[in-house]
Structure formats: structure tokens, C-alpha cells
Design a protein around this ligand. Structure first.
Ligand SMILES: [Zn+2]
Length: 161
């Protein structure tokens, strides 16, 4: 797996311990360049972005909390912040409703997740951004069960503590 590092700097220190949740997004853009432009404008960042050909860009160190998701809505109605205890990965794409990640993007997530699980043993769950909040639709066409199969992590549920 080829990884190119280009840190955005849009992170905060991790204050509440090691990451337990992997959150998968789509960027909502056709290209990496426009995704980076949007992240820069909004002072946001994923930890990793995966291009259509499977090339992986590292935008933030896992040891820091990247600003990739806001809050999750739990089954008991409680709202919890997500970034502190999570790692964020985004596939480039998702602009059209019929969008699916490419085979290469799927493969790269599989490899990246295996590497993250080795490097971060606290990682236990995976969720799509849309599973955390009704305000989001990303990643399109991929549900949490499929994410769990790809990443080898447990599917996060709104009931999950
Ligand atoms: Zn998202």
C-alpha cells in the first residue's frame, strides 16, 4: 500500500484516550485537490483519504484527533462528540447518488484498516459517517455491515456505548 503524507494540521490533541472507532466518509468531491481545498477552507481534516486508484494520502497523525466528524446521536438520545476517540478515513467521490467506491478504494481501505488495527489495538468499531448522524449520507451505497466485513472491525450501532 502506497501512502503519501501531506498533513493538514487541522487536528487537536487526544484528551480522552486511544481511538476506538473508525469512521468512513466520502469526500463529496470529484478529486483529491478539491477535497483538500474544501478541508482547508473549513479547517477540517480526515486522517486518511483514498483516491479512486487506491492511492492513500495521510493527512493527520493517528495520535492526534482530526476534525472529520462532529457528533453522533446515540440510541438513548445523547449526543456525543466523535473526533476525540475516532480515526477518520474518506474515499474521494460520492458526488452522485449512484456512486460506489472503486474496487481499488475498497482494497485500499481493507489494507489500511488492517494496518491501523495492528498499530492501534484499541480500535474496535467501524461506522459510516451516516450511521453516526441523520444529517449525513456518506459514504453512499456502503452500509455498516459491509464496512465491518472490509475492515475486520465490529459494526458500530446507535446502541453502542
Ligand atoms: Zn463525512
Amino acid at each position: 500500500m502506497k501512502v503519501i503524507t501531506a498533513l493538514t494540521g487541522h487536528t487537536d490533541p487526544r484528551r480522552y484516550g486511544e481511538p476506538v472507532l473508525l469512521v468512513v466518509h466520502h469526500t463529496g468531491s470529484f478529486s483529491l485537490a478539491s477535497a483538500l481545498q474544501e478541508l482547508g477552507r473549513r479547517k477540517l481534516s480526515y486522517h486518511y483519504v483514498i483516491e479512486q486508484d487506491g492511492l492513500v494520502w495521510k493527512l493527520a497523525p493517528v495520535a492526534e484527533a482530526a476534525r472529520h466528524a462532529g457528533v453522533c446521536e446515540r440510541a438513548d438520545g445523547r449526543i456525543r462528540p466523535v473526533n476525540q476517540r475516532s480515526i477518520g478515513v474518506a474515499w474521494v467521490g460520492g458526488v452522485t447518488e449512484s456512486w460506489r467506491p472503486t474496487t481499488w478504494q475498497m482494497g485500499a481501505l481493507q489494507e489500511l484498516a488492517a494496518e491501523l488495527r495492528r498499530g492501534t489495538p484499541s480500535l474496535r468499531y467501524v461506522a459510516g459517517h451516516k450511521d453516526l448522524t441523520r444529517r449525513k449520507v456518506d459514504p453512499r451505497s456502503v452500509d455498516v455491515e459491509e464496512l465491518a466485513r472490509i475492515t475486520g472491525l465490529e459494526a458500530w450501532r446507535r446502541e453502542t456505548a
